[in-house]
Design a protein around this ligand. Structure first.
Ligand SMILES: NC(=O)c1ccc[n+]([C@@H]2O[C@H](COP(=O)([O-])OP(=O)(O)OC[C@H]3O[C@@H](n4cnc5c(N)ncnc54)[C@H](O)[C@@H]3O)[C@@H](O)[C@H]2O)c1
Length: 383
């Protein structure tokens, strides 16, 4: 695979994770430029990571050497800047959320088709070791036919760690746009597309206290729901209970569990790239009807850890989706986090909002295929 020249747009918090991981793990991606609306921030990032060119947005888009631009700006700028990146003839990898609604997402993707460039989008955690291992075990029939999933993203928001928490509590943000994409991508990549959605929302408090950053010590108004509870029906018939919340300090709910007619698969957290799945099989339960031994009783009460089948790059890593996009550009094939997955996840988020507002089931219009699994045993550029 050849080396691709990458530009980063948005030199904030997550750009540092992308850069550290790309430099450490993805030799076929070379970040040659970074940009920001505030050029001092791109200069600072460039000097921290030894990037050759520190740019304004315009300069980045005019640089013919840059082939793929990673859009790491705040969500409210994604659509506009993604269009500019595509119009400049660059391939695009966007952070989530790709767009606030299906209509805007389609406009960006149609523009990319017209310009002949490819598009990818985070989260790419479903390509990493943990969720790919889980997919392998699911497809290998370890728990038989799945019928139910519970997915629970429970945190107490971002105001204890993010330097600019205000925008997280405004329109088109909150846990639904910020965190649901991880869980929805995991669900769709493991079990296929969503057919219908019923959701309800809540808000634990009308204000939030800011603990860090320039606004530390102040209270801000919460303008959106900060909790969503939903039920999804997948095309396969599987039922999913998905809760995403910025209102829960701590919880004992499982973060991700799949139940089948032959057992249960449990997984630590689809927000991360690494994670060891565990299994509980039907026989552990039924054997004790015939065997009352201590061993059989002990087996009845525990899950068994399964090995991860792919190299774990890092628990919290970024760049796999960009590598997958680069491979697809080179092979003129489809990347995994592609337009149809983007449209489906964007619609699911919008559908949860619509359902919670009108109190009715939302019927999905888009579908998508499960992205191709990775071949067990190697990094993406080796398999
Ligand atoms: N912070 C995280 O842990 C994290 C994790 C995963 C994904 N993300 C996603 O990454 C994206 C960026 O998040 P972040 O936390 O790095 O944000 P951030 O606010 O720290 O950084 C964003 C940068 O974009 C720049 N910017 C703002 N408007 C711009 C414009 N119009 N043109 C060019 N530059 C502009 C800002 O000056 C800032 O430096 C978001 O979509 C977020 O959802 C963040």
């Amino acid at each position: 695979m050849r080396i691709f020249k990458i530009g980063i747009l948005g030199s904030g918090v997550i750009s540092r994770t992308y850069l550290a991981d790309i430099i450490a793990f993805y030799k076929n991606l070379e970040v040659i430029a970074c940009a920001d609306i505030n050029v001092e921030l791109s200069q600072k990032l460039a000097s921290e990571f030894g990037i050759k060119k520190a740019y304004t947005t315009e300069e980045l888009l005019n640089d013919d050497e840059v082939e793929i631009v990673i859009n790491l700006t705040p969500p409210q700028f994604h659509v506009e800047l993604s269009k500019q990146i595509i119009t400049a003839g660059k391939h695009l990898f966007s952070e989530k959320p790709f767009a606030p609604n299906l209509k805007d997402a389609k406009e960006v993707l149609d523009l990319a088709d017209a310009k002949g460039v490819k598009v990818g989008c985070a989260p790419d955690t479903f390509l990493a070791s943990g969720l790919q291992s889980l997919r392998y075990y699911l497809d290998a029939n370890l728990i038989g036919k799945p019928f139910f999933v519970t997915a629970n993203m429970t945190t107490f928001g971002v105001e204890t760690w993010h330097p600019n928490p205000g925008p997280f509590y405004t329109k088109n943000s909150g846990p639904l746009f910020d965190m649901a994409p991880y869980y929805l991508s995991a669900i769709v990549s493991l079990l296929g597309s969503i057919e219908s959605i019923a959701a309800l929302d809540a808000k634990s408090s009308d204000t939030r206290h800011i603990y860090v950053g320039p606004e530390a010590g102040t209270d801000i108004e919460v303008k959106i729901p900060t909790h969503y509870s939903s039920i999804l029906r997948l095309k396969s018939g599987v039922v999913v209970n998905l809760n995403v919340s910025f209102d829960i300090y701590r919880s004992n709910l499982p973060m991700f569990e799949i139940y089948g007619d032959g057992g249960t698969l449990t997984y630590p957290d689809p927000n991360f790239g690494g994670g060891t799945p565990s299994v509980y099989r039907k026989e552990q339960y039924t054997d004790t009807v015939y065997q009352k031994t201590d061993e059989a009783m002990a087996r009845k009460n525990r899950f068994y850890e399964l090995p991860e089948l792919y190299p774990r790059v890092k628990d919290y890593s970024r760049g796999l989706g960009v590598l997958d996009l680069a491979k697809a550009i080179e092979a003129n094939s489809n990347n995994r986090a592609n337009g149809s997955l983007i449209m489906h996840i964007t619609e699911a988020i919008e559908g949860m909002m619509i359902s919670s507002e009108n109190g009715e089931f939302y019927k999905m219009k888009t579908t998508c295929e499960r992205p191709e699994p990775l071949k067990a045993g190697g990094y993406m550029d080796e398999v």
